[in-house]
Design a protein. Structure first.
Length: 159
């Protein structure tokens, strides 16, 4: 199973650049995760046609916040994945998020705009960074989760 992962797109509408990003990089994924801060409902509606699981972010507009949950626990390819945006300072973010879930194999989060792909106590901590490059960390990034019967691996792609 291959999952495309986005976060912090910060778009009020679907731009030609965003459409091209999705068409180019997510053409062969089974599912898309968006870890919050899409911002505008049109972005969610566009991604819904492509099979998306999403959570709300702190910057999402009211109409989008009203329909998205704060967090989700998903079973994908035999792995339990916690999907959440996050809050507060980047420092200590993962430590605040892990307790939100019960026995997960992978934590997928956003908020910091800082890509992360590492293991802590048997849990893959995965943040795709910001797909639009907004923030303090340079170039836009997206991610992929590769899941098979025995493992889950993360991949960060700099655009």
């Amino acid at each position: 199973m291959k999952i495309g992962v986005l976060s912090d797109t910060h778009l009020t509408r679907v731009t030609p650049t965003f459409k091209q990003l999705v068409k180019t990089y997510f053409k062969d994924v089974d599912l898309i995760f968006h870890a919050g801060d899409m911002v505008g409902l049109p972005v969610y509606e566009f991604l819904q046609s492509l099979a998306v699981e999403a959570v709300r972010g702190n910057m999402d507009e009211g109409n989008l916040k009203a329909i998205l949950p704060d967090k989700k626990t998903l079973s994908c390819g035999g792995k339990k994945i916690g999907l959440i945006h996050g809050w507060g300072a980047a420092q200590g973010l993962e430590g605040r998020l892990v307790p939100e879930f019960d026995r997960i194999d992978c934590l997928v989060y956003g908020h910091s705009h800082n890509p992360a792909n590492h293991w802590v106590d048997g849990v893959l901590h995965f943040n795709p960074g910001s797909a639009s490059g907004i923030g303090f960390f340079g170039k836009p990034t997206i991610g992929f989760l590769h899941i098979n019967d025995s493992e889950i691996k993360g991949e960060i792609l700099e655009l």
